[in-house]
Write a protein that binds this ligand. Structure first.
Ligand code: G6P
Length: 614
């Protein structure tokens, strides 16, 4: 994983690089480092922990160099130590390199280089790549293109994924980047050009962004740049305006991005919904699906591929789309789909859902689906992301940047878009205009209902205080509230490190009930349907075993006193929006639970916002 950024320009690199790293911290924050080309040597600074630790050191050292590379790390090979922190320098001091990805065959390459007498100072795969470039450079005849040639010779020897930025001591005006599997984008500004993992790293400093494709090299020389293939052929450079790619993000009065993003949901959902309904008020109109109507009308099955929270949103979609459109839906872990030999006979549509649009497993699942000739659509939040560029069509979430590692507003908008997709597909098939109209009204009313639930945040805080000593919690729900149970458990464990599991409520009897004791609270999501009686019976089973029950239930459902210790009420709502509403108290519960433990909810240990390794 990790975030990389490189600067080559007329000004001083230091500030742009540190600023860029801060914006890339969502990609990992185990350690951070920077290297500057100082004419006859590289100066370096590397620190474990957050980018702010590095920033303090860099500020004291103060380099005036106008060429540098920087990295924020999410450890894959080797512990979180200074020596494993990027940039890595080659044994002869000629090259420095930053790398995002995993070189799978680094062991045999390292053995080969060791056989040539090269010593290593880290446990990383990245240092191996840096030395491999140095090795080829030393072997190549002197020429103007010697640096580029060395990179071109080294990369085909690597298996796995990489996005790299590399500097050569002999070239004080050249910065080279290359990608395979991991994203890389060139930023073009008036005073400087950049290479980075994503465009947020140079927002405000570059005007145009050029996304690299797999197997491409970006060669920045002075104020010029060119994109070539690894084999040396010129490649097309399509530029996109940077201001349409990413926005500045201010924390405002909130004490964390997670809190801010939870409370932003009414506005975020308004943006997701805006202008996306047909004039007759009975269906949705998703621009990104235009041109695919015939294929969509004729579908045999939908396969969702996603990871983490996005997959839970897809599972909500599974229930809603099957209910509205009567199309069979499967939800796959993207990492499983890509290696499965699943029979894809018939007219299947693959929908990949990813907030960042850069999750490697999800992208690889899309690539696999395309290899099999399937139509692919993407639901993503990040404009210009790899997912947006690689799918046949798709829909943007429009919820603004999500910074907190624990996904909140993105989940709500993804589930909302799944409902809108179900509505569109339903209206192409059997769904009546009246049923369609009811769904449109429910979705249009969603932002206000979300605001209403969030106004009761204090009650959730009090419940979090009551249950905050628990180390094991169960989340239970049926039908479209089952994925909400999974998401509630995921949110809690991600940021509070308490152990939590989500189950379909009826599965309680098939194992989890053995865990019930007064110290293992059960959080039940109660449906607003006839199924609620069955869920309430499950709650009674817990109470009969001296367990504690917190029920999240719609206002209209009566809950006997003896069935729950606490009840949080949700407003009366249409079934398509209930999962989104039921998830809100769980977001707030996890948030307060973690805060009460004094934890950093935005940057939980070991996690990263965007997972760009397998
Ligand atoms: C990481 C994040 C999760 C996120 C998942 C998928 O694990 O920590 O919050 O749900 O990746 O991310 P995506 O960007 O593909 O939605």
């Amino acid at each position: 994983m990790c975030g990389i950024v490189g600067y080559l320009g007329n000004g001083i690199a230091q500030e742009s690089l540190i600023d860029g790293l801060k914006r890339l911290e969502y990609r990992g924050y185990d350690s951070a480092g920077v290297a500057f080309h100082e004419g006859n040597k590289f100066s370096m600074a590397r620190e474990t922990g957050r980018v702010k630790n590095l920033a303090e050191v860099v500020q004291k050292k103060s380099s005036s160099s106008s060429l540098g590379i920087a990295h924020t790390r999410w450890a894959t090979h080797g512990a979180v130590t200074v020596s494993n922190t990027h940039p890595h320098r080659s044994h002869d001091g000629k090259f420095v390199l930053v790398h995002n990805g995993v070189i799978e065959n680094f062991s045999p390459l390292k053995k080969f280089l060791k056989g040539k007498g090269i010593q290593f100072t880290s446990e990383t795969d990245s240092e191996v790549l840096c030395n491999l470039i140095a090795f080829h450079y030393a072997e190549s005849p002197k020429s103007e293109e010697r640096f580029v040639d060395a990179v071109r010779l080294a990369l085909p020897q690597c298996r796995g994924a990489y996005g790299i930025a590399v500097l050569c001591l002999d070239k004080s005006d050249v910065l080279i980047g290359a990608r395979r599997g991991s994203p890389l984008v060139v930023g073009l500004g008036d005073d400087a050009n950049f290479i980075a993992s994503d465009a947020s790293a140079f927002v405000g400093r570059a005007k145009e962004a050029v996304f690299l494709n797999d197997g491409e090299l970006a060669i920045l020389r002075g104020r010029d740049f060119r994109i070539t293939t690894l084999e040396g052929q010129e490649a097309q450079a399509v530029s996109h305006p940077v201001d349409q790619i990413s926005e500045e993000v201010e924390l405002g009065d909130f004490d964390s991005y997670m809190e801010k993003e939870i409370f932003e949901q009414p506005t975020a959902l308004k943006n997701t919904l805006r202008g996306r309904f047909g004039d007759d008020g009975t269906t949705s109109k998703l621009g990104g699906l235009e041109g695919h109507e015939d294929e969509l009308r004729d579908l045999d099955r939908i396969i969702f591929v996603a990871c983490g929270t996005a997959r839970h949103a897809c599972m909500v979609g599974e229930y809603l789309i099957e209910r509205l459109a009567r199309v069979p839906v499967e939800v796959e872990h993207a990492s499983e789909f890509r290696y499965r030999n699943s029979p894809n006979a018939g007219k299947s549509l693959v929908i990949a859902v990813s907030q960042s649009g850069e999750t490697l497993d999800t992208l690889e699942a899309v690539r696999e689906a395309k290899t099999k000739g399937l139509l692919t659509l993407g639901i993503t939040n990040v404009v210009g992301s790899s997912l947006a560029r690689e799918t046949d069509g798709g829909v943007y979430q429009r919820v603004g940047p999500e910074i907190g590692v624990a996904s909140t507003k993105a989940f709500s908008s993804q589930a909302c878009l799944c409902a809108m997709l179900g509505l569109a597909l339903g209206r192409m098939r059997d769904l009546s205009p009246m049923d369609g109209q009811a769904v449109v009204e429910a979705l249009n009313g969603l932002p206000d209902l979300v605001a209403h639930v969030l106004q009761q945040a204090e009650q959730i805080r009090e419940l979090a205080v009551k249950y905050s000593k628990a180390e094991h919690l169960l989340f239970l729900g049926r039908q479209s509230l089952y994925p909400v149970a999974l998401e509630g458990a995921l949110k809690l464990k991600e940021i509070s490190y308490a152990h939590a599991e989500g189950y379909p409520a009826a599965e309680l009897k098939h194992g989890p009930i053995a865990l019930i004791n007064p110290d293992c609270p059960c959080i039940f999501m109660v449906e607003g349907t006839e199924l609620s009686a069955k869920t309430i019976a499950n709650m009674q089973e817990v109470k009969a075993r001296k367990g504690q029950v917190l029920a999240i239930a719609p206002e209209e459902i009566e809950i006997p006193d003896e069935a729950a210790d606490d009840i949080f009420r949700l407003p009366v709502a249409h079934e398509v929006v209930r999962p989104i509403l039921a998830n809100l108290p769980l977001q707030l519960f996890a948030y307060h639970f973690a805060r009460l433990r004094g934890l950093d909810v935005d940057k939980p240990r070991n996690l990263a916002k965007s997972v760009t390794v397998e």
